[in-house]
Design a binder for this molecule. Structure first.
Ligand code: PLP
Length: 411
């Protein structure tokens, strides 16, 4: 009969057994269903800028349209020369030494390249140090490639900087690489040079590849500046990721890049692996590649959003003030990026399953967040909130969260 439970005959590959990406997981599926039923959901779950009125700079849009006719053929696998040249100049501005055109790969967003970088490196059982909390694609990409993510803690008591003792304790003979997400998603941390230097020292000592995710390197508040970790050494292999999604508000163009730098001499075999994988997917979306030179060459335009009275700064400040005014909610104020990662005092909010908690918030208040464990945070006492909505909507949403928490406390 039609309602008999289906026998799971066509099963997903066992390679996916440990792969998980909760940002687009079951709670989002429920939110979509509620929207289909006609409910308005306030979505504070995904760092997608366009729906909140943050548009890609006009110059980029115009140039993509202008070049569309040139974009119907495949490009070189590593990407258009003009795009890679612009990235090369960008690495010079960031003081990453010795980067040539051949060291740059353009991809369908940083995401595709992150997956490629792990597929090219890992044998089954190889370990990669990944921060906790992390942007969960990193953990998923390590697992998909047969590797074992080893999560090192970032310390909320110390601005969410990496805990060096924990990193050292988790290094084994199988450790191949360390992932550094700076500026960080979900915590909003921006690492000072001293922290970056310590990470480089560890990588050098244990011959680890450093994977540096710097996709928020221009989304900085309070006049802060960003140092690329790859600028700090030439005797460690660095693979640095960036793209147009966040700093240029062009997530949908799927335009990102990966730069190999530092100790390349001993990494030729790995680099060949990267090139093979880039060739297998022929090339990345060419219209998106045409945006890169314009974006990197021109007026950077994020400046007005992150100025002291800029829209992103105001929304960050408001979201921080409103959240930390709720009893039992504390938060490190983000120095960068688009997220807050607040802590719920477990004495006041004894949450056992934070996905269930987020689910109930959605059902009761129609606000969508992502649970902290979705970012591989070990305990169910955090959530991530995206501060992209306008101030009125943030007031409304955080008011609903406060009401929900008030009732949760009284249960
Ligand atoms: N890295 C981090 C830290 C991110 O937050 C994101 C997207 O949210 C990505 C990478 C993926 O970006 P892209 O759109 O370039 O694939």
């Amino acid at each position: 009969a039609d309602d008999a439970p289906a026998i799971p005959r066509i099963r997903k590959s066992s390679k996916l057994a440990d792969v998980c990406y909760d940002i687009r997981g079951p709670v989002l599926a429920r939110a979509k269903q509620m929207e289909d039923e006609g409910h308005r959901i306030i979505k504070l779950n995904i760092g997608n800028l366009a729906p909140f009125g943050f548009e890609a700079p006009e110059e980029i849009v115009v140039d993509v349209i202008h070049n569309l006719r040139e974009a119907s053929g495949y490009s070189e696998s590593k990407g258009l020369f003009s795009a890679r040249k612009a990235v090369m100049h960008y690495t010079q501005q960031k003081r990453i030494a010795g980067v040539g055109i051949e060291d740059i790969y353009i991809g369908n967003g940083a995401s595709e390249l992150i997956v490629m970088s792990m597929q090219a490196l890992l044998n089954n059982g190889d370990e990669v140090l990944v921060p906790a909390p992390d942007y969960p694609l990193w953990t998923a990409a390590v697992s998909l490639a047969g590797g074992k993510p080893q999560h090192y803690l970032c310390d909320e008591q110390a601005h969410w900087y990496p805990d060096m003792d924990d990193i050292r304790a988790k290094i084994t003979p199988n450790t191949r690489a360390i992932v550094v997400i700076n500026p960080n998603n979900p915590t909003g941390a921006l690492y000072p040079d001293a922290v970056l230097r310590e990470l480089v020292d560890i990588a050098r000592e244990h011959q680890l590849v450093v994977f540096a995710d710097e996709i928020y390197d221009k989304t900085l508040y309070d006049g802060a500046t960003h140092t690329s970790i790859a600028s700090l050494a030439d005797d460690v292999l660095f693979v640095t990721f960036n793209g147009l999604s966040k700093n240029y508000r062009a997530c949908g163009y799927r335009a990102g890049w990966m730069v190999v730098s530092g100790e390349k001499r001993h990494a030729q075999d790995y680099i060949e692996g990267l090139t093979i994988l880039a060739s297998m997917r022929l090339c990345s979306n060419v219209p998106g590649q045409w945006a890169i030179q314009t974006a990197l060459g021109g007026y950077q335009s994020i400046e007005e959003l992150i100025a002291p009275d800029g829209r992103l700064t105001r929304q960050r400040d408001l979201a921080y003030d409103l959240l930390t005014a709720i009893p039992g909610v504390s938060c490190v104020k983000p120095a960068a990026a688009l997220y807050l990662f607040p802590r719920l005092d477990p004495k006041m909010y004894p949450i056992e399953d934070d996905q269930q908690f987020i689910f109930e918030l959605l059902e009761e208040e129609r606000v969508l967040l992502v649970q902290g464990t979705g970012f591989n945070w070990p305990t169910p006492d955090h959530f991530r909130l995206v501060f992209l909505p306008h101030e009125d909507d943030l007031h409304d949403a955080i008011g609903r969260i406060a009401r929900f928490l008030d009732q949760y406390r009284r249960r």
